[in-house]
Design a protein around this ligand. Structure first.
Ligand code: B12
Ligand code: SF4
Length: 518
């Protein structure tokens, strides 16, 4: 056994004690860690902060960052490098800006792209004299994806666990980096491996699972029709195979214990595909995040999402989901150049009329890797503004208390107006009276109470900690969220089913294999 200890750290500025969703990458990289290093020490800072004293000289510390937690990640990187550890960064932000992790995060190495295969090479290089500055992890094919080591996850600290069924998305929305980093070709995981992981999680007492996919519906009916009309048999066969795999997966999910509930992310086009919606319901997929983004045609055009409906047909499309027993978390963006003061009211009205179970109202953030970011960066070339020494186009490096909540100037509204109106919509949508009215779709009083708690928790964690302008309000919100999180976590737990077997499968789960390997 190697004496090198491996640490995996998920950075976060706010810790709630209880986590909503277990960060999948931690347990995937844990599975990619060869047995000779022993079990990695996993730290998720959304539960509690890393104690750098636990890191010894010669240890390897893997830090995964997306843009929103990059700054905290760099702080950790510098701290553990000072303690003599090898510091390795990965994740979407490090993939886009490897040089930044070296300059500001004390990185010895950065893994770009998927870490499943590259990680063991990095570890071997650390042991044999030192890692290279950059590793190309690439976009792996599904048979190379690692299954997560859920046996290393504390079972009583999270409400939900995350399993992935597909990477990549064929769309090209302007505010999203997924299609550019994960690619537009959907890479679907085999149904067997997905089910193996879910069985393991159910054995541990998780019955609510998030399918952390970019887009669970990668083949809309329209694409099949287009391939048919274009008389393109190979394209048609390729699309049909992807679609068939989705149905096969859903059939396998339907064979799992009936108390299981799955959530995922999907495009609105699925509303026009009743066969798919019925299969989702049978598979116990009971909640979906739908990127509605904007209620106006101009807004949808601005974000390259013209495949979404608007106006009255938008309400009908969104209602198609709950009509099939699949509830919707609608996601809206405020701050688009086509938005006007009345857009906020119209969005609130739509969110109410379309029978959304939950909604999130985010403000437009130019995330690197997106078309919006590229355009904005170009526009800002001559802008002399610096905050704490950083231009606005490096907004994630600006200390949080100085960071503007909105970066892109709006042609008709000030940042304050957009922020206040957005906060107003959050406040109204999550007022007690409206939550209670919406809870009407649930039969039992217990479910309604659970829905109320979850709505309040979602609002506190998401809106207040993300939108608050002062750190005192953010701290208050985090304290509130911590209080609500405890009873919510209890509501989410189920009685473990240690004897549960993989339906139709003879496979062992990854944790059983690890135990067998000693
Ligand atoms: C699930 C998810 C969430 C969950 C996260 C929960 C959790 N605890 O993990 C929730 C819903 C909370 C969430 C929230 C947000 N998210 Co999100 N989320 C995702 C999603 C759909 C899947 C992530 C996932 O689990 N993937 C599966 C794992 C296995 O893959 P992975 O994380 O990419 O890790 C692999 C590699 O990156 C690499 N790797 C990762 N870390 C490391 C570390 C090392 C050392 C190494 C070697 C390799 C490595 O190896 C891994 C295995 O191959 C991604 C989309 C995506 N394709 O990633 C968006 C995504 C990460 N989210 C995104 C965004 C924008 C957000 C929000 C800011 C949304 C918002 N507007 O509020 C918030 C921010 C939350 C916060 N507090 O900071 C963006 C990030 C863009 C960017 N440039 O940073 C993404 C890419 C989606 C998008 N549309 O662009 N998100
Ligand atoms: S926002 Fe959703 S639909 Fe659009 S490219 Fe990203 S993952 Fe695909």
């Amino acid at each position: 056994m190697s004496r090198t200890r491996v640490h995996l750290v998920n950075p976060s500025n706010v810790s709630f004690g209880i986590g909503v969703l277990a960060p999948r990458w931690l347990y995937v990289l844990a599975a990619a860690t060869p047995r000779e290093y022993g079990d990695p020490l996993v730290v998720d800072e959304s539960l509690e902060a890393l104690d750098p004293a636990r890191v010894q000289p010669g240890d390897v510390v893997g830090i995964g960052i997306h843009t929103s937690n990059a700054l905290r990640g760099y702080e950790i990187g510098r701290a553990v490098r000072e303690r003599g550890a090898y510091v390795i960064f990965g994740g979407i932000h490090a993939t886009l800006y490897p040089e930044e992790a070296h300059e500001l995060g004390g990185a010895h190495a950065v893994v770009k792209g998927d870490g499943d295969v590259a990680w063991s090479t990095v570890l071997a290089d650390c042991v044999n004299g030192g890692p290279k500055p950059v590793y190309e992890g690439g976009r792996l094919e599904p048979d190379q994806f690692q299954q997560a080591r859920w046996d290393l996850m504390p079972p009583d600290r999270y409400m939900l666990a995350a399993v992935q069924t597909v990477r990549g998305c064929p769309k090209h929305c302007s505010f999203c980096s997924v299609w550019r980093t994960d690619g537009q070709r959907p890479r679907e995981h085999g149904a067997d491996v997905v089910v193996r992981e879910i069985v393991e999680l159910r054995r541990m007492g998780f019955r609510f699972i998030v399918l952390a996919d970019d887009n669970f519906y990668p083949v809309p009916l329209k694409d099949l029709e287009q391939a048919k009309a274009a008389k393109n048999p190979s394209r048609l066969a390729e699309l049909q195979a992807l679609r068939d795999e989705r149905f096969e997966l859903m059939e396998r999910l339907a064979q799992l214990p009936q108390d299981m509930v799955f959530f995922t992310q999907i495009t609105m086009e699925a509303a026009e595909d009743p066969e798919f919606l019925q299969a989702m319901y049978k598979a116990n997929i009971r909640g979906v995040l739908v990127g509605i983004e904007s209620v106006t045609r101009e807004g949808l055009k601005a974000v390259y999402k013209e495949f979404n409906a608007s106006g009255e047909s938008l309400v009908n499309q969104l209602k198609a989901f709950p009509e099939h027993g699949v509830h919707v978390l609608g996601s809206f963006i405020f701050g688009l150049s086509s938005d006007r003061p009345e857009t906020f009211e119209a969005t609130m009205a739509l969110a109410q009329n379309a029978d959304l179970a939950l909604a999130q109202f985010v403000t437009l953030v130019p995330f690197p890797g997106t078309v919006d970011f590229m355009r904005w960066e170009k526009q800002m070339e001559g802008d002399p503004t610096r905050i704490a020494g950083f231009p606005l186009t490096r907004h994630w490096l600006i200390p949080r208390n100085l960071r503007p909540r909105l970066c892109i100037a709006h042609p008709h509204m000030s940042s304050e107006e957009i922020r206040d109106r957005t906060q107003g919509v959050w406040d109204r949508f999550y007022s007690l009276s409206l939550i209670w009215r919406r809870a009407g779709f649930l039969k039992s009083a217990r479910s309604r109470l659970a829905y109320l708690l979850i709505s309040k928790l979602f609002r506190q964690m998401y809106a207040n900690t993300g939108m608050a302008t002062d750190s005192a309000r953010m701290r208050r919100s985090a304290t509130w969220a911590r209080w609500i999180a405890k009873p919510c976590q209890r509501l989410f737990r189920a009685k473990p089913m240690p004897a549960l077997q993989v339906p139709n499968g003879l496979e062992r789960t990854i944790s059983e294999e690890s135990r067998a390997a000693g």
